[in-house]
Design a protein around this ligand. Structure first.
Ligand code: FMN
Length: 415
């Protein structure tokens, strides 16, 4: 059966609408009003900084500057991505963990501000505790996940499992609100299924309990990632509350982002799966807002981008364990060596995942994906990338040869 996401809607840019230049959540200014969605296994510190750098944009600079050097230092003012969020983290885990271990989950760098930490769970006390931990770690905001459809999260009544229990959500909202002074937000789906759509009362509850913004992924838990996101529910929430509403679901292009704002009047847009496939999307939205048009990446830009991301991944792995490049003799050294090897394996896994998303829509991308999945180590991944792009550039005029990007290609995840 042909699923609807095989056929993303092709939109033209509404002439008189723009993604808002800014939104204020509590005391935090988000400029522009764009958010990188939390994505487990994807939005770690390397990916977040990569996206912020790829989004660099100097207002009024016109469109002839070429794409930015992603190695540059970022500054919030000039990044087209206004807010980044961590992958979701278990509140039970965070509140139990020793401080050293927590660092692994809560690592971020100064150039990531403003940054929001997302937590999930169902126990009001541990959620309040872990919100406090995030506040103490210097996060600008804390977000509660009420959208994750994964069975292992729902089985503990977390994520979208809680959507069936508004009274419990109210207890959680109040406990967490009382525990932290930083802005507190919630990200949710429309409800468990079509018979149980609760997003409007849930948004009102959030407002009444003092939360500072709500974000809706406009699907139910039972929808998974099928069909098109139903943006009309974002509009319904916008009609119901005064706190900022962040719209999420199926934004693939700057045209989609603007169309969501036009259709829903949402205060900010949140982008997930499109970011690894098109890391320039936030910059393109900022360019469109300023100039009415935006750059399209060339093959050369894609090549530089993938190499930069892989370099950052390897760099982060090494910077975590600078002391352990000698031979491992003592037990402690052997343990460190094992940690390093595991970090490297994780980095290679991320390279493979990213390469898969990033090359969907690139002509001949399937060949590259196959080579990357067969690669045994980081160097082999980089070699495959190099051979592929250099070969393409030798045989083309470096113009962008991007096929239609589909949501199916970008896969599904947990939220
Ligand atoms: C791989 C993957 C992991 C995800 N992990 C999370 C998560 O940790 N927390 C969350 O709130 N949503 C998560 N999501 C959902 C996204 O944040 C977003 O709501 C969803 O992908 C719809 O937006 P999009 O159409 O722009 O991708 C995840 C999605 C994907 C694809």
């Amino acid at each position: 059966m042909q699923k609807q996401w095989d056929n993303p809607i092709t939109r033209t840019m509404p002439a008189h609408t723009r993604v808002p230049a800014e939104v204020t959540i509590g005391n935090v200014r988000i400029a522009p009003a764009t958010v990188l969605a939390p994505m487990a296994g994807v939005t770690d510190t390397v990916f977040r900084r990569f996206i912020k750098n790829a989004s660099l944009f100097t207002e009024g600079s016109g469109l002839t500057d070429g794409l930015p050097d992603v190695d540059q230092e970022t500054s919030n003012q000039r990044s087209g991505c206004g807010l980044i969020m961590t992958e979701f983290t278990s509140a039970d885990g965070l509140s139990r963990m020793r401080a050293v271990k927590r660092k692994r989950y809560l690592t971020y760098y100064d150039d990531e501000h403003p940054i929001s930490a997302q937590i999930f769970g169902s126990n009001p006390e541990t959620l309040a505790d872990s919100a406090r931990i995030c506040q103490d770690a210097g996060f600008d905001m804390v977000d509660l996940n009420l959208g994750c459809p994964a069975k292992r999260v729902i089985s503990c009544n977390g994520g979208s499992g809680l959507l069936r229990d508004l009274p419990q959500i109210e207890v959680i909202f109040k406990r967490v609100r009382a525990a932290v002074a930083i802005p507190f937000t919630v990200k949710f789906r429309m409800g468990w299924n079509d018979k149980n759509i609760v997003c409007v009362p849930l948004a009102k509850l959030a407002e009444d309990c003092g939360l500072n913004a709500v974000a809706l992924h406009a699907r139910t838990r039972e929808d998974g990632y099928s069909g098109n996101a139903r943006w009309q529910y974002i509009a319904a929430i916008k009609d119901a509350v005064k706190i900022p509403v962040i719209g999420n679901g199926d934004i693939l292009t700057p045209e989609d982002a603007v169309a969501m704002v036009a259709e829903t009047r949402c205060d900010a847009v949140m982008i997930g799966r499109a970011a690894p496939a098109n890391p320039w999307i936030f910059r393109q939205i900022a360019q469109y807002t300023a100039n009415g048009d935006y750059d399209r990446p060339t093959e050369m830009d894609r090549y530089r981008m993938i190499r930069t991301y892989f370099g950052m991944l390897v760099g982060e792995t090494e910077s975590e364990h600078p002391e352990i490049y000698g031979p491992a003799e003592t037990d402690a050294e052997k343990k460190q060596k094992r940690n390093r090897e595991s970090a490297h394996r994780e980095a290679i896994g991320k390279m493979k995942q990213f390469a898969s998303w990033f090359t969907h829509g690139v002509v001949g991308g399937a060949t590259l994906r196959k080579q990357i999945f067969e690669a045994k180590n980081g160097d082999a991944v980089l070699d495959a990338v190099e051979r592929f792009f250099v070969g393409k550039m030798e045989h083309s005029d470096e113009e962008s040869v991007i096929e239609e990007m589909t949501l199916e290609a970008l896969g599904q995840g947990c939220d």
